[in-house]
Design a protein around this ligand. Structure first.
Ligand SMILES: [Zn+2]
Length: 439
Protein backbone atom coordinates (compact mmCIF):
# COMPACT_ATOMS: atom_id res chain seq x y z
CA UNK A 1 0.00 0.00 0.00
CA UNK A 2 1.08 3.53 -0.73
CA UNK A 3 0.34 6.57 1.39
CA UNK A 4 -0.44 9.83 -0.38
CA UNK A 5 -0.36 13.00 1.74
CA UNK A 6 -1.98 15.87 -0.15
CA UNK A 7 -1.43 19.55 0.54
CA UNK A 8 1.26 19.37 3.23
CA UNK A 9 3.34 22.38 4.25
CA UNK A 10 7.03 21.43 4.11
CA UNK A 11 10.41 23.06 4.67
CA UNK A 12 12.50 22.09 1.62
CA UNK A 13 16.26 21.58 1.28
CA UNK A 14 16.84 25.31 0.83
CA UNK A 15 14.85 26.15 3.98
CA UNK A 16 11.94 27.52 1.95
CA UNK A 17 8.38 26.73 2.98
CA UNK A 18 6.19 25.19 0.28
CA UNK A 19 2.88 23.33 -0.22
CA UNK A 20 3.50 19.82 -1.61
CA UNK A 21 1.94 16.40 -2.22
CA UNK A 22 4.05 13.62 -0.74
CA UNK A 23 3.97 9.93 -1.73
CA UNK A 24 5.27 7.27 0.64
CA UNK A 25 5.81 3.68 -0.39
CA UNK A 26 7.26 1.03 1.88
CA UNK A 27 9.69 2.76 4.20
CA UNK A 28 10.64 5.53 1.76
CA UNK A 29 9.40 8.88 0.52
CA UNK A 30 9.00 8.27 -3.21
CA UNK A 31 7.80 11.66 -4.51
CA UNK A 32 7.41 15.27 -3.37
CA UNK A 33 5.60 17.29 -6.04
CA UNK A 34 3.65 20.51 -6.41
CA UNK A 35 1.21 19.06 -8.97
CA UNK A 36 -1.65 16.60 -8.48
CA UNK A 37 -0.79 12.94 -8.01
CA UNK A 38 -3.40 10.44 -9.19
CA UNK A 39 -3.93 7.95 -6.38
CA UNK A 40 -4.16 4.23 -7.11
CA UNK A 41 -7.34 2.50 -5.92
CA UNK A 42 -5.73 1.04 -2.84
CA UNK A 43 -3.69 4.13 -1.89
CA UNK A 44 -4.31 5.53 1.57
CA UNK A 45 -4.96 9.25 0.96
CA UNK A 46 -4.59 11.86 3.71
CA UNK A 47 -5.73 15.44 3.14
CA UNK A 48 -3.17 17.48 5.05
CA UNK A 49 -4.95 20.80 4.45
CA UNK A 50 -1.75 22.72 5.09
CA UNK A 51 -0.56 20.73 8.08
CA UNK A 52 3.23 20.83 8.51
CA UNK A 53 5.05 17.64 7.45
CA UNK A 54 8.58 17.24 8.82
CA UNK A 55 11.17 14.56 9.31
CA UNK A 56 10.31 12.99 12.69
CA UNK A 57 11.49 15.00 15.70
CA UNK A 58 14.55 13.87 17.67
CA UNK A 59 14.98 14.24 21.44
CA UNK A 60 18.46 13.56 22.81
CA UNK A 61 17.30 13.61 26.45
CA UNK A 62 14.49 11.38 27.74
CA UNK A 63 13.91 9.16 30.78
CA UNK A 64 11.88 6.01 30.09
CA UNK A 65 12.38 4.54 33.60
CA UNK A 66 12.42 0.84 32.55
CA UNK A 67 13.83 -1.19 34.15
CA UNK A 68 13.60 -0.16 37.76
CA UNK A 69 10.91 2.51 37.91
CA UNK A 70 8.02 1.19 35.81
CA UNK A 71 5.46 2.86 38.06
CA UNK A 72 6.62 6.17 36.51
CA UNK A 73 6.94 5.16 32.84
CA UNK A 74 7.84 2.20 30.62
CA UNK A 75 9.54 2.02 27.26
CA UNK A 76 6.11 1.29 25.75
CA UNK A 77 4.32 4.26 27.35
CA UNK A 78 7.29 6.61 26.96
CA UNK A 79 7.65 5.83 23.29
CA UNK A 80 3.87 6.21 22.80
CA UNK A 81 4.19 9.67 24.35
CA UNK A 82 7.08 10.36 21.98
CA UNK A 83 5.06 9.27 18.95
CA UNK A 84 2.14 11.41 20.13
CA UNK A 85 4.55 14.34 20.33
CA UNK A 86 5.87 13.75 16.78
CA UNK A 87 9.20 12.25 17.89
CA UNK A 88 10.59 9.29 15.92
CA UNK A 89 14.02 9.02 17.57
CA UNK A 90 14.90 9.53 21.23
CA UNK A 91 18.08 9.02 23.25
CA UNK A 92 17.31 7.40 26.59
CA UNK A 93 19.18 8.21 29.79
CA UNK A 94 20.90 5.50 31.84
CA UNK A 95 19.56 6.35 35.34
CA UNK A 96 17.85 2.96 35.45
CA UNK A 97 18.08 0.00 37.79
CA UNK A 98 20.37 -1.63 36.84
CA UNK A 99 22.41 1.24 35.38
CA UNK A 100 23.79 0.12 31.98
CA UNK A 101 27.43 0.26 32.97
CA UNK A 102 28.63 -2.99 31.38
CA UNK A 103 28.33 -4.25 27.80
CA UNK A 104 25.96 -7.10 28.80
CA UNK A 105 23.56 -4.69 30.51
CA UNK A 106 23.75 -2.23 27.63
CA UNK A 107 22.91 -4.98 25.11
CA UNK A 108 19.95 -6.11 27.27
CA UNK A 109 18.73 -2.54 27.39
CA UNK A 110 18.99 -2.12 23.63
CA UNK A 111 16.96 -5.32 23.22
CA UNK A 112 14.27 -3.97 25.57
CA UNK A 113 14.20 -0.65 23.71
CA UNK A 114 13.86 -2.48 20.40
CA UNK A 115 11.16 -4.89 21.62
CA UNK A 116 8.99 -2.37 23.48
CA UNK A 117 9.77 0.86 21.67
CA UNK A 118 7.23 2.18 19.20
CA UNK A 119 9.89 4.51 17.80
CA UNK A 120 13.72 4.41 17.61
CA UNK A 121 15.01 4.39 21.20
CA UNK A 122 18.79 4.82 21.37
CA UNK A 123 20.57 4.26 24.65
CA UNK A 124 23.25 6.12 26.59
CA UNK A 125 25.74 4.21 28.70
CA UNK A 126 26.73 5.53 32.12
CA UNK A 127 30.05 7.27 32.70
CA UNK A 128 30.45 5.40 35.98
CA UNK A 129 28.76 2.84 38.22
CA UNK A 130 25.69 4.11 40.15
CA UNK A 131 26.21 7.38 38.23
CA UNK A 132 28.46 8.39 41.13
CA UNK A 133 31.56 6.15 41.17
CA UNK A 134 34.89 7.81 40.45
CA UNK A 135 36.16 4.94 38.31
CA UNK A 136 35.08 5.29 34.69
CA UNK A 137 33.00 2.46 33.18
CA UNK A 138 34.41 0.33 30.29
CA UNK A 139 33.55 2.90 27.65
CA UNK A 140 35.17 1.06 24.75
CA UNK A 141 33.08 -2.08 25.46
CA UNK A 142 29.90 -0.04 25.93
CA UNK A 143 30.49 1.77 22.65
CA UNK A 144 31.07 -1.53 20.86
CA UNK A 145 27.79 -2.81 22.38
CA UNK A 146 25.95 0.16 20.88
CA UNK A 147 25.95 3.02 23.40
CA UNK A 148 25.06 6.23 21.58
CA UNK A 149 27.05 8.33 24.06
CA UNK A 150 27.95 8.56 27.74
CA UNK A 151 26.42 10.43 30.65
CA UNK A 152 25.68 10.28 34.37
CA UNK A 153 22.59 12.45 33.84
CA UNK A 154 20.88 13.21 37.13
CA UNK A 155 24.26 13.47 38.85
CA UNK A 156 27.19 15.76 38.22
CA UNK A 157 30.65 14.22 37.79
CA UNK A 158 32.29 15.53 40.95
CA UNK A 159 35.92 14.75 40.25
CA UNK A 160 37.85 16.46 37.45
CA UNK A 161 40.05 13.38 37.15
CA UNK A 162 36.99 11.19 36.51
CA UNK A 163 35.67 13.62 33.91
CA UNK A 164 39.06 13.82 32.21
CA UNK A 165 39.36 10.02 32.03
CA UNK A 166 35.78 9.72 30.71
CA UNK A 167 36.44 12.34 28.04
CA UNK A 168 39.63 10.61 26.88
CA UNK A 169 37.78 7.29 26.63
CA UNK A 170 34.79 8.83 24.81
CA UNK A 171 37.12 10.62 22.40
CA UNK A 172 38.91 7.33 21.65
CA UNK A 173 35.61 5.72 20.56
CA UNK A 174 34.35 8.93 18.89
CA UNK A 175 31.18 9.22 20.97
CA UNK A 176 29.76 12.28 22.73
CA UNK A 177 30.11 12.89 26.43
CA UNK A 178 26.90 14.43 27.83
CA UNK A 179 27.18 16.42 31.03
CA UNK A 180 24.61 16.98 33.74
CA UNK A 181 26.31 19.87 35.54
CA UNK A 182 25.98 19.84 39.31
CA UNK A 183 28.78 20.47 41.76
CA UNK A 184 27.43 18.82 44.89
CA UNK A 185 29.43 21.09 47.19
CA UNK A 186 27.46 24.14 45.97
CA UNK A 187 23.95 22.68 46.06
CA UNK A 188 23.12 23.49 49.72
CA UNK A 189 20.38 20.86 49.57
CA UNK A 190 18.62 23.25 47.19
CA UNK A 191 15.19 22.40 45.81
CA UNK A 192 14.93 25.53 43.65
CA UNK A 193 17.21 28.32 42.41
CA UNK A 194 19.07 30.21 45.14
CA UNK A 195 17.99 33.82 45.55
CA UNK A 196 15.19 36.15 46.52
CA UNK A 197 12.36 33.86 45.38
CA UNK A 198 13.65 30.89 47.38
CA UNK A 199 14.02 33.19 50.39
CA UNK A 200 10.44 34.47 50.03
CA UNK A 201 9.15 30.90 49.90
CA UNK A 202 11.44 29.79 52.71
CA UNK A 203 12.96 27.03 50.58
CA UNK A 204 16.61 25.98 50.35
CA UNK A 205 18.19 27.34 47.15
CA UNK A 206 20.82 25.69 44.95
CA UNK A 207 23.63 28.02 43.91
CA UNK A 208 23.70 28.42 40.09
CA UNK A 209 27.50 28.27 40.44
CA UNK A 210 26.94 24.51 40.84
CA UNK A 211 26.17 24.48 37.10
CA UNK A 212 28.52 27.17 35.83
CA UNK A 213 31.67 26.30 37.76
CA UNK A 214 31.48 22.70 36.59
CA UNK A 215 30.80 23.85 33.03
CA UNK A 216 33.91 26.06 33.07
CA UNK A 217 35.98 23.11 34.31
CA UNK A 218 34.55 20.77 31.70
CA UNK A 219 35.07 23.14 28.78
CA UNK A 220 38.76 23.33 29.61
CA UNK A 221 38.95 19.54 29.86
CA UNK A 222 37.03 19.19 26.59
CA UNK A 223 39.50 21.46 24.86
CA UNK A 224 42.41 19.43 26.19
CA UNK A 225 40.92 16.10 25.05
CA UNK A 226 39.16 17.12 21.82
CA UNK A 227 36.07 15.12 22.86
CA UNK A 228 32.60 16.05 21.64
CA UNK A 229 31.21 17.53 24.83
CA UNK A 230 27.44 18.09 25.01
CA UNK A 231 25.83 20.22 27.71
CA UNK A 232 22.51 18.86 28.95
CA UNK A 233 19.73 21.29 29.90
CA UNK A 234 21.77 24.51 29.96
CA UNK A 235 19.91 26.94 32.22
CA UNK A 236 22.09 29.93 33.15
CA UNK A 237 23.15 33.19 31.50
CA UNK A 238 26.78 32.63 32.50
CA UNK A 239 26.55 29.11 31.08
CA UNK A 240 25.41 30.46 27.71
CA UNK A 241 28.30 32.93 27.73
CA UNK A 242 30.81 30.18 28.56
CA UNK A 243 29.56 27.98 25.70
CA UNK A 244 29.69 30.96 23.35
CA UNK A 245 33.33 31.67 24.25
CA UNK A 246 34.27 27.98 24.10
CA UNK A 247 32.88 27.72 20.57
CA UNK A 248 35.03 30.66 19.46
CA UNK A 249 38.01 28.86 21.02
CA UNK A 250 37.33 25.82 18.86
CA UNK A 251 36.12 23.53 21.65
CA UNK A 252 33.91 20.76 20.21
CA UNK A 253 30.89 21.66 22.33
CA UNK A 254 27.15 21.46 21.68
CA UNK A 255 24.35 22.43 24.04
CA UNK A 256 20.67 21.75 24.57
CA UNK A 257 17.98 23.73 26.37
CA UNK A 258 14.66 22.39 27.62
CA UNK A 259 11.29 23.95 26.73
CA UNK A 260 10.67 24.72 30.39
CA UNK A 261 13.87 26.75 30.79
CA UNK A 262 12.85 28.71 27.69
CA UNK A 263 9.29 29.35 28.82
CA UNK A 264 9.33 29.51 32.63
CA UNK A 265 11.42 31.09 35.37
CA UNK A 266 11.49 31.14 39.16
CA UNK A 267 8.98 33.99 39.33
CA UNK A 268 6.36 31.47 38.09
CA UNK A 269 6.71 29.66 41.42
CA UNK A 270 4.00 31.20 43.60
CA UNK A 271 3.86 28.50 46.23
CA UNK A 272 5.94 25.60 47.49
CA UNK A 273 3.11 23.23 46.59
CA UNK A 274 3.47 23.81 42.82
CA UNK A 275 5.67 20.74 42.50
CA UNK A 276 5.36 20.57 38.71
CA UNK A 277 7.68 23.59 38.73
CA UNK A 278 10.36 21.60 40.58
CA UNK A 279 13.06 20.30 38.30
CA UNK A 280 16.84 19.98 38.12
CA UNK A 281 18.42 22.26 37.03
CA UNK A 282 15.80 24.50 38.64
CA UNK A 283 13.90 27.30 36.95
CA UNK A 284 16.28 30.25 37.05
CA UNK A 285 15.85 34.03 36.97
CA UNK A 286 14.11 36.00 34.20
CA UNK A 287 17.58 37.18 33.05
CA UNK A 288 18.72 33.57 32.71
CA UNK A 289 15.59 32.74 30.75
CA UNK A 290 16.20 35.65 28.37
CA UNK A 291 19.80 34.49 27.92
CA UNK A 292 18.90 30.90 26.98
CA UNK A 293 16.35 32.22 24.49
CA UNK A 294 18.97 34.54 22.96
CA UNK A 295 21.48 31.69 22.95
CA UNK A 296 19.08 29.41 21.10
CA UNK A 297 18.22 32.10 18.56
CA UNK A 298 21.87 32.96 17.83
CA UNK A 299 22.98 29.31 17.60
CA UNK A 300 25.10 29.19 20.78
CA UNK A 301 22.59 26.62 22.03
CA UNK A 302 22.26 24.04 19.27
CA UNK A 303 19.03 22.23 20.03
CA UNK A 304 15.98 21.77 22.24
CA UNK A 305 15.69 18.58 24.28
CA UNK A 306 12.76 17.88 26.58
CA UNK A 307 14.38 16.09 29.55
CA UNK A 308 11.10 14.12 29.65
CA UNK A 309 11.09 13.05 33.32
CA UNK A 310 7.89 11.20 34.20
CA UNK A 311 6.97 10.61 37.84
CA UNK A 312 3.99 9.01 39.55
CA UNK A 313 1.38 11.22 41.20
CA UNK A 314 2.64 10.04 44.59
CA UNK A 315 6.24 11.05 43.76
CA UNK A 316 5.14 14.61 42.97
CA UNK A 317 2.81 14.93 45.97
CA UNK A 318 3.56 17.27 48.84
CA UNK A 319 5.69 20.36 48.36
CA UNK A 320 9.08 21.42 46.99
CA UNK A 321 10.91 19.95 49.98
CA UNK A 322 9.77 16.39 49.33
CA UNK A 323 8.53 16.03 45.73
CA UNK A 324 10.70 14.46 43.01
CA UNK A 325 12.58 16.65 40.51
CA UNK A 326 11.41 16.74 36.89
CA UNK A 327 8.52 17.11 34.48
CA UNK A 328 7.31 15.38 31.32
CA UNK A 329 7.99 17.01 27.97
CA UNK A 330 7.51 14.85 24.90
CA UNK A 331 3.81 15.56 24.32
CA UNK A 332 3.96 19.30 24.91
CA UNK A 333 7.23 20.25 23.18
CA UNK A 334 6.04 20.94 19.64
CA UNK A 335 2.90 22.96 20.50
CA UNK A 336 4.77 25.00 23.14
CA UNK A 337 7.65 25.86 20.79
CA UNK A 338 5.31 26.45 17.88
CA UNK A 339 3.14 28.80 19.94
CA UNK A 340 5.88 30.74 21.71
CA UNK A 341 8.51 30.88 18.96
CA UNK A 342 6.88 30.45 15.54
CA UNK A 343 3.39 31.85 15.96
CA UNK A 344 4.80 34.76 17.97
CA UNK A 345 7.25 35.54 15.13
CA UNK A 346 10.46 35.00 17.14
CA UNK A 347 11.69 32.20 14.88
CA UNK A 348 10.87 30.36 11.65
CA UNK A 349 9.64 26.88 10.90
CA UNK A 350 13.08 26.14 9.42
CA UNK A 351 14.68 27.08 12.75
CA UNK A 352 12.28 24.83 14.63
CA UNK A 353 13.25 21.97 12.31
CA UNK A 354 16.90 22.85 12.96
CA UNK A 355 16.47 22.64 16.77
CA UNK A 356 14.35 19.49 16.83
CA UNK A 357 15.69 17.48 13.88
CA UNK A 358 18.83 18.67 12.11
CA UNK A 359 21.01 19.75 15.02
CA UNK A 360 20.43 16.65 17.18
CA UNK A 361 20.89 14.30 14.20
CA UNK A 362 24.12 15.90 13.13
CA UNK A 363 25.59 16.41 16.63
CA UNK A 364 24.95 12.79 17.61
CA UNK A 365 25.68 11.38 14.16
CA UNK A 366 22.27 9.68 13.95
CA UNK A 367 21.04 7.80 10.87
CA UNK A 368 17.76 9.77 10.95
CA UNK A 369 16.41 11.87 8.07
CA UNK A 370 16.90 15.61 8.60
CA UNK A 371 15.22 17.17 5.58
CA UNK A 372 12.15 16.20 3.60
CA UNK A 373 13.42 14.85 0.27
CA UNK A 374 12.82 12.02 -2.17
CA UNK A 375 14.48 8.78 -1.07
CA UNK A 376 14.49 9.65 2.63
CA UNK A 377 13.48 7.05 5.18
CA UNK A 378 9.83 7.64 6.06
CA UNK A 379 10.35 8.76 9.65
CA UNK A 380 7.83 11.59 9.54
CA UNK A 381 5.63 13.76 11.72
CA UNK A 382 2.73 15.93 10.68
CA UNK A 383 1.36 18.81 12.76
CA UNK A 384 -1.92 20.72 12.40
CA UNK A 385 -0.81 24.32 13.01
CA UNK A 386 -4.32 25.74 12.83
CA UNK A 387 -5.42 23.72 15.83
CA UNK A 388 -5.82 25.68 19.10
CA UNK A 389 -6.28 23.48 22.13
CA UNK A 390 -5.80 23.37 25.86
CA UNK A 391 -3.20 20.89 27.12
CA UNK A 392 -5.13 18.18 28.93
CA UNK A 393 -3.39 15.63 31.15
CA UNK A 394 -6.17 13.11 30.54
CA UNK A 395 -5.03 12.87 26.94
CA UNK A 396 -1.36 12.10 27.68
CA UNK A 397 -0.05 8.78 26.38
CA UNK A 398 2.69 8.95 29.01
CA UNK A 399 1.98 7.14 32.25
CA UNK A 400 2.74 10.40 34.00
CA UNK A 401 0.88 13.72 34.21
CA UNK A 402 3.55 15.87 35.87
CA UNK A 403 3.54 18.83 33.52
CA UNK A 404 3.30 22.50 34.50
CA UNK A 405 1.85 23.25 31.07
CA UNK A 406 -1.44 21.44 31.66
CA UNK A 407 -4.23 23.95 31.20
CA UNK A 408 -2.26 26.18 28.82
CA UNK A 409 -3.83 26.96 25.47
CA UNK A 410 -1.44 26.30 22.59
CA UNK A 411 -1.36 26.04 18.82
CA UNK A 412 -0.21 22.93 16.98
CA UNK A 413 -1.11 19.30 17.39
CA UNK A 414 0.45 16.11 16.07
CA UNK A 415 -1.87 14.48 13.56
CA UNK A 416 0.37 11.69 12.27
CA UNK A 417 3.70 10.09 13.14
CA UNK A 418 5.44 7.46 11.00
CA UNK A 419 8.49 5.32 11.72
CA UNK A 420 10.06 3.41 8.84
CA UNK A 421 6.88 3.98 6.82
CA UNK A 422 4.59 2.56 9.53
CA UNK A 423 1.99 4.82 11.18
CA UNK A 424 2.76 4.81 14.91
CA UNK A 425 0.44 7.65 15.86
CA UNK A 426 -2.76 8.83 14.18
CA UNK A 427 -4.78 11.53 15.92
CA UNK A 428 -7.99 10.41 14.23
CA UNK A 429 -7.82 7.07 16.03
CA UNK A 430 -6.02 8.27 19.18
CA UNK A 431 -7.33 6.61 22.28
CA UNK A 432 -4.04 6.42 24.14
CA UNK A 433 -4.94 8.73 27.01
CA UNK A 434 -6.13 6.94 30.10
CA UNK A 435 -5.72 9.28 32.99
CA UNK A 436 -9.34 9.80 33.97
CA UNK A 437 -8.76 7.88 37.17
CA UNK A 438 -5.82 10.06 38.15
CA UNK A 439 -6.35 12.68 40.76
ZN1 LIG B 1 17.57 14.26 32.55
Amino acid sequence: MRLLIKGATIVDETGAVARRNVLIQGDKVMAIVDHDLEPNDDDHVIEAQGAVLMPGLIDVHVHFREPGFEDKETIATGSRAAARGGFTTVLAMPNLNPVPVKATLLRQQLRRNEESGLIHVKQYGAISANLTAETVSPIEELAAAGAIGFTNDGKGVQSAATMLAAMKAAKAVNRPLVAHLEDQSLMNGGVMNMGERADQLGLPGADPLAETSQLARDLVLAQATGVHYHVAHLSTKVGVELVRVAKTMGVHVTAEVSPHHLLLDETDIQSATQTNLKMNPPLRTPADREAVIAGLLDGTIDMVATDHAPHSVADKRGDFRTAAFGITGLETCFPLLYTHFIESGLATLAQLQQWLVKAPASAFDLDAPTVLKVGMKADLAMFDISHRHTINANEFASKAVNSPFVGQTVTGMTVLTMVDGEIVYDATTDNTGGHDDNE
